[in-house]
Design a protein around this ligand. Structure first.
Ligand SMILES: C[S@@+](CC[C@H](N)C(=O)[O-])C[C@H]1O[C@@H](n2cnc3c(N)ncnc32)[C@H](O)[C@@H]1O
Length: 252
């Protein structure tokens, strides 16, 4: 099948091969302020959404070995939460394409004395540098919409999961409740770029983030993409009126 030649970079049409470079610029410019921005933009709600994800991952509390791969793991937020929730056998590999985000993550892991449990790997979710069936679980939080070829990332995720392994994907979704939708639009297109300008010094980067959310497939469509990649028992739950969706699927 011919590769699509253009993709949506937010609402702008950009050649598919340029999208990754543009995404890299966004996260390069915001890496140091990324965690603060998450708190400000979501009024702390991202913590609750991430808690739901960690509960779904359900790492074992004892010594039983458990290997999680956190894709587009950035500054290690999910990895550190899973490492804290799991027992001494829990190991998390954070993969991200952006060196600056990983550097912040490494520092956080050392500060929290979890650098023995969390490993940081520079790489692309579309082409994972890991053997087949090497992880018990895979997560990706607020990352899949940034990946230019989502189908490839899903195929790679499936490949590296062991049989019986669980994939969880947390991503912004679409708010369909009428009053809430209008409020959400107002907030997203005005407040978030303003926060981006004032706090991270980059309104454009945050305008892109908002636009990319609107372009991401609706939950049912994304669930079908997961099924097409081979996942079974695919389901999703909407959080905060549909602002976010947690997708789940298994390799059986
Ligand atoms: C919004 S951040 C999410 C970070 C983290 N998962 C969290 O929830 O805090 C998106 C991350 O996706 C990464 N990313 C974008 N394209 C990627 C790709 N093709 N492969 C791996 N990571 C990618 C970016 O570098 C960035 O760190």
């Amino acid at each position: 099948m011919r590769e699509p030649r253009e993709t949506d970079f937010g609402y702008r049409q950009v050649p598919l091969e340029d999208k990754q470079a543009l995404v890299d610029d966004v996260f390069h410019s915001v890496a140091r302020r990324y965690d603060l921005m998450n708190d400000l933009m979501s009024a702390g709600l991202h913590r609750a959404w991430k808690d739901v994800l960690v509960t779904a991952v359900n790492p074992p509390s004892g010594e039983r070995p458990f290997a999680l791969l956190d894709l587009a793991g950035g500054t290690g937020d999910i990895a550190l939460r899973v490492a804290a929730a799991g027992g001494s056998g829990t190991r998390v590999t954070v993969l991200d394409v952006n060196r600056e985000m990983l550097a912040v993550g490494r520092e956080r892991a050392i500060e929290q004395e979890r650098d023995n449990a969390v490993t940081f790997v520079e790489g692309n979710a579309e082409d994972l540098p890991f053997p087949d069936r090497s992880f018990d679980a895979v997560t990706i939080a607020f990352g899949i919409r940034n990946v230019p070829r989502i189908e490839r990332a899903l195929a790679e995720t499936y490949r590296v999961l062991r049989i019986g392994g669980h994939f969880n994907c947390l991503e912004f979704s679409s708010v369909d409740v009428p009053g809430l939708a209008a409020l959400y639009d107002l907030y997203s297109f005005n407040v978030i770029p303003m926060l981006g300008r004032v706090v991270a010094g980059d309104a454009e980067a945050y305008r892109y983030l908002v636009e990319s959310i609107r372009r991401f497939p609706k939950p049912k469509v994304f669930a079908d993409m997961m099924r097409a990649a081979g996942f079974r028992r695919v389901s999703f739950q909407l959080l905060t009126g549909g602002v976010v969706a947690l997708h789940s699927g298994w390799r059986l």
